[in-house]
Design a protein around this ligand. Sequence first.
Ligand SMILES: Cc1cc2nc3c(=O)[nH]c(=O)nc-3n(C[C@H](O)[C@H](O)[C@H](O)COP(=O)(O)OP(=O)(O)OC[C@H]3O[C@@H](n4cnc5c(N)ncnc54)[C@H](O)[C@@H]3O)c2cc1C
Length: 778
Amino acid sequence: MGIDDVQGPSVQELLSLPRLAPLVPMLYVAWTDGELTPEEIRAMGTAARAQPWLDLRSSAVLARWLDPLTPPSPRALAQLRDHIRSTAERLEYSGQQSLAELGAQLAEVLGGKDSLPASMPELARTLAPMETAMGLSGTEAVRSLVSAAPRSSTPPAPASFDVDKLRLVLERTYPAVRTQIREWLAAPAFRYGDERNTAAYREQVFSWLKQLSARGLGKIAYPEDLSKVDLGAFIAAFEALAFFDLSLVVKVGVNFGLFGGSIYFLGTERHHRELMPKVASLELPGCFAMSELGHGSNVRDVETVARYDEERGDFVVHTPSDAARKEWIGNAAQHARLATVFAQLEVKGERHGVHALLVPLRDEHGQLLPGVRVEDCGVKMGLNGVDNGRIWFNQVRVPRENLLDRFAQVSAEGEYTSSITSASRRFFTMLGTLVAGRVSVALGGLSATKSGLAIAISYGDERRQFGPAGAQEARLLDYQTHQLRLLRPLATTYALDFALKYLVKRYVGRTEQDAMEVEALAAGLKAYSTWHTTRTLQVAREACGGQGYLVANRLPTLKADTDVFTTFEGDNTVLMQLVAKSLLTGYRQQFEDDRVFTVMKFIVERASGALTDRNPFQVRRTGSEHLRDGDFQLRALRFREADLLASAARRLRKRLGAGVDSFQAFIQVQDHLQSLALAHVERVVLEQFLAGVEQVEDPAVKAVLGKLCDLYGLGCLMDASGWFLENEHVESGKAKAIRKEVTRLCAELRPDAVALVRAFHIPDTCLAAPIGLGQPSP
Ligand SMILES: Cc1cc2nc3c(=O)[nH]c(=O)nc-3n(C[C@H](O)[C@H](O)[C@H](O)COP(=O)(O)OP(=O)(O)OC[C@H]3O[C@@H](n4cnc5c(N)ncnc54)[C@H](O)[C@@H]3O)c2cc1C
């Protein structure tokens, strides 16, 4: 028995058979991976013994090495590892892509070319399927076996795809606008400065805004010929701009998106004719005054009043209490001259709900007008280049024409008219026109996420910590935890890129019929995407260790500036409730008590119908091929959504049937509704990612996107495994297999990680100096 243990297979015997030499690395990894089940080890034995070049003796020894009942001892495995590593030292090349390739090369080193049972490439090819069947990721397994301490001479592995081709896929919509923004940002004026002096920073941001407006940024949103408005182009500009300073991006969003958008969508021809050119050129900077101290999420109950005075033919705008002061209004503290103010409209003593009207704040010299009081909100967590302010109105009179009257009009005599009779529908119709803000915020946040990932992934590829004694330390990105922490968010970022482009397309092409569905889609994707931004930037900061904390390395600013994206343009939790409610009403109408019960019945019936589709998890297969099937992942997410929808509707119906009022009934199932909304959004995102990958033509780009898509889909299933297990929709073996597959996918994507962030095409001037070069913070 020599040095081998009594029980397990013999190392000496294994190493004495040249025909088994190519299989040695695979055997070692099969036993040390710790994740292979006895069935998988047996399956590997069957596959190996089917190799035509094995003689009887080799087959018999192999069978002993792949018998789950008599595993090799730790000592035997250590010997095998030392044998592999010492042989690998003699290899000239260390970039093997698979265990099969490594095995063939080791066999050649040991016995010369003639010892091989087949030519090396052919051998590696025949062994490759076995490796795939085992689910052992090639490059990662090789790296952990022989290059835990990569040699300094190791050339960086080339990406598996052409970065420029992937970039073109990401920039396929509005490419000219994106190029234009990149050109503008390349000017020396657009460099980060000192953000600590709030006054100077605000002036800098305003100066940038003026420069961009002079170059035509506003006209991307509102061209001279307004029949040519395509807000998709403006949203793309916003997205590209968000690689740079986010205060500038938010200032752009407030001025052109919110303020300009309110006039464009809620106003009529005369407002357009008179004001849109001045908005586009920044001749008339403005703000969007909706939120109040007392009412942020609940806009329907804002308290500011706009009373029509039929004697004088004008509106009197007034702040009745301190809680009614307009709060957080971007551009209000310093630069806005005109405000779109949301107020309760009162005509002849009758209230008609929230309407928007234009109220001048400052004259052309920037002096506040009579009756208007403004206060600065003060220093914020981030976005300090934006002048957020509070506004009080004291009986401010504005002409009747200042009412943005697309949906409701007030005649000189004080007759109120509207084509939308229901006050509730009128309110939601008005708000619905402002959905572009949510789309833009989601995309702006995604650009910031891309910046954070680009910084952390590039750093993780360079930075080394720990390693085997006497050898070079390993790169951070070669650690499994680092891969899981950064590459899963990378996959979600790619997924969202496709999903948000789909949202823009739906938004640009929306009709009266699908407007509510598009609104719900925007609400859900805004919430999901900005939560992703906040989480990812935290991870990216941590992944860079102490260097991530340095302002010069950009992550602190990215984190602080995007944090509020989860709150403004609609608080995320509130938005997710809106998504769930719209699913429960089938996008038909806003919730109104009398209709709830009937609608719920319809939903229960419809969703239960969807559930008769067999639970995709009933298929017990756990192999990679099955798990990496987008159709399987999508059916699983659809199943979860349909199940949550049907059960939420059932629970609501029960309560409504028992006489609980709808407000209370919804509170009692609120958490359920959040889960439903999340299930819905994740399903939509995966659906769009799959559809997007399907359209890619270049095979290498398609392959890497396919892996990212699998990682996103399986990641969603992994995160939801608690729910699937709780409801007994999945067996624990399959849940574990999904977890393993996620880890494998991260390892497979690791060699492409840097190229995947380079494809984001972030201008160098927008990113930090390479971390570690020690640029002092400004
Ligand atoms: C930097 C910044 C810039 C802004 N710019 C503008 C601007 O230019 N113009 C403008 O009009 N507004 C602006 N806002 C206001 C912004 O839109 C509001 O802050 C936002 O709508 C949330 O309102 P709130 O702050 O009153 O929070 P609240 O509505 O009080 O919410 C507080 C918490 O309560 C939770 N909550 C609320 N309702 C429910 C519910 N029904 N069920 C469960 N949980 C609930 C929310 O999830 C949240 O966590 C800005 C805000 C900030 C911070």
